[in-house]
Design a protein around this ligand. Structure first.
Ligand SMILES: *Cc1c(COP(=O)(O)O)cnc(C)c1O
Length: 388
C-alpha cells in the first residue's frame, strides 16, 4: 500500500513527547519532559465528577456546553478580568484547549491563509494549521535580559495580505514568558490595523509567579471584538486528563468555531463540565495554592539546574524552565536530550522541536517542574553528574 497518511500531515509522525516519554520508561529515567502534574486536582471537584456520573449526567450535553458551566465561566471572566461574556452565544465548551485551537484555525482559515505564531510554539499549532491547509509564519522569541521576547518590527514585517489569524500564547509554553502590556499593545495595534483575528491560548492564565499577572489580550481596547480567548480546566485545576476547555468570543466568532467543533466531537463530556463549574465557583483558592506551590518548585528546579551547570532562564509562568546548555559544553539540545537518560537518568525536551527555524533554538532544553519535590530533588541530584 502506498503511504496512507495525507501529505500535509506526514511531517507530524511521532511527537517528541512520545519519543522522550518512551525513552524515560525504557531507561527508568525521571521524566521532566512532558508537562503534566503528578498530583491530583481539588478533592471536592473530583468528587463532584463522581457525583455527576452517579446522578445520571451521562448523555449528550448541549452543543455549546452545559449551561451551568457556561454561567460559571461567564461569572469567572467578569470577576477576574472584568470581561463580560454572555453564557448564551459567547461561550463554547470544548474538548480541552487543543480542540478549541484546532476548531478555531479550521473555522477561520481558508487554504493558503497565513497564521502568525511566536516560536518556539506549542506543537499542536503547526498540525492544526496544516490540517486547514493554511501556512504558519513563525516570529521568533529570543532571550533579552534573561526573558524570551519578540521584536515588534519583526512581528510587523511578518504580516502580509494573506495573514488571517495571530495565535498568541501567554503565559507562553515553552519559554515561560508572560507578555507585558506593552507587548500585548504591539500585537493589538497590528490586529486592528491589519484586520486580524487573535486566537489567544491562555491555558496557563492562573499559573504565574513573582506577582506577575496575566493580562488577557481581549481586555485591551478594541480587542474583545476580534479575539477568540481559549482556556483549559486541565491546566487550571491539574486535571489534564479531563480534556475540558472553552472559548470566549463575540457571537459571530463563537458560531464559526462551533460550526467546526460540532462535527469534530459534537459536544464535550458531561460529568467533567459539571465538576469544572464547581471548580470555578469554589476552588479558586486551591488554584492560588497551586500557583504558590509551583513557584517554589520552579525555584527548586532552577537552583538545581544552575548548580548542575546549566544557564537557566527564569519563567514568569507555566510549568516550564528553559536552559541554555552551552556552559556544559553541549551545543545541540536534541543530541543532549537523547543522551541524557544514559548520562544522568533524566528526560527533558529539546526546545528546537518547537521552532520552524530550529537553529535558533538549538542550544535550549526545556525542563518541567510540575512534579513532586522529591522527584525534582532526585532529578537535580542526578543532573549534577553532567559536569563531573
Ligand atoms: C497543555 C496545553 C494546551 C492543551 O490543553 P488541553 O486542555 O489539554 O487540550 C494548549 N496550549 C498550551 C500552550 C498547552 O501547554
Amino acid at each position: 500500500m502506498t503511504e496512507p497518511l495525507v501529505a500535509r500531515m506526514r511531517a507530524f509522525g511521532t511527537t517528541i513527547f512520545a519519543e522522550m516519554s518512551a525513552l524515560a520508561a525504557e531507561t527508568g529515567s525521571i521524566n521532566l519532559g512532558q508537562g503534566f502534574p503528578d498530583t491530583d486536582g481539588p478533592a471536592a471537584m473530583l468528587d463532584r465528577a463522581v457525583q455527576a456520573i452517579t446522578a445520571g449526567a451521562n448523555q449528550y450535553p448541549p452543543g455549546p456546553g452545559i449551561l451551568e458551566l457556561r454561567r460559571a465561566i461567564s461569572e469567572h471572566r467578569s470577576a477576574h478580568y472584568d470581561l463580560s461574556y454572555d453564557p448564551a452565544g459567547e461561550i463554547l465548551v470544548t474538548v480541552g484547549a487543543t480542540e478549541a485551537i484546532a476548531s478555531a484555525v479550521l473555522a477561520l482559515c481558508e487554504p493558503g491563509d497565513e497564521v502568525i505564531a511566536f516560536e518556539p510554539y506549542y506543537d499542536s499549532y503547526a498540525a492544526s494549521i496544516a490540517l486547514a491547509q493554511a501556512r504558519l509564519v513563525a516570529v521568533t522569541m529570543r532571550p533579552v535580559e534573561g526573558r524570551f521576547t519578540f521584536d515588534p518590527d519583526e512581528l510587523r514585517a511578518a504580516v502580509t495580505p494573506r495573514t488571517r489569524v495571530i495565535l498568541v500564547n501567554s503565559p507562553h509554553n515553552p519559554t515561560g514568558t508572560v507578555f507585558t502590556r506593552a507587548e500585548l499593545e504591539a500585537i493589538a495595534e497590528l490586529c486592528q490595523e491589519r484586520g486580524l483575528i487573535a486566537v489567544t491560548d491562555e491555558v496557563y492564565e492562573h499559573l504565574t509567579f513573582d506577582g506577575v499577572e496575566h493580562i488577557p489580550l481581549a481586555t485591551l481596547p478594541g480587542m474583545r471584538e476580534r479575539t477568540v480567548m481559549i482556556s483549559s480546566a486541565g491546566k487550571t485545576f491539574s486535571v489534564t486528563g479531563w480534556k475540558t476547555g472553552w472559548i470566549c468570543a463575540p457571537p459571530t466568532l463563537v458560531t464559526a468555531v462551533q460550526t467546526v467543533k460540532q462535527f469534530l466531537t459534537f459536544t464535550s463530556s458531561a460529568p467533567w463540565q459539571l465538576a469544572v463549574a464547581y471548580g470555578l465557583r469554589h476552588e479558586l483558592e486551591w488554584v492560588s495554592a497551586l500557583r504558590a506551590g509551583l513557584q517554589d518548585k520552579r525555584d527548586r528546579l532552577m537552583e538545581g539546574l544552575a548548580a548542575a551547570g546549566f544557564s537557566v532562564l527564569r519563567p514568569s509562568g507555566t510549568y516550564f524552565v528553559q536552559t541554555d546548555i552551552r556552559p556544559l559544553g553541549f551545543t545541540d539540545g536534541l543530541e543532549l536530550t537523547r543522551r541524557l537518560p544514559e548520562l544522568a537518568g533524566v528526560v527533558a525536551i529539546p526546545t528546537q522541536v518547537f521552532y520552524d527555524h530550529a537553529d535558533r533554538g538549538r542550544h535550549f532544553v526545556r525542563f518541567a517542574f510540575c512534579k513532586k519535590d522529591e522527584v525534582i530533588d532526585e532529578a537535580v541530584t542526578r543532573l549534577k553528574h553532567l559536569s563531573t
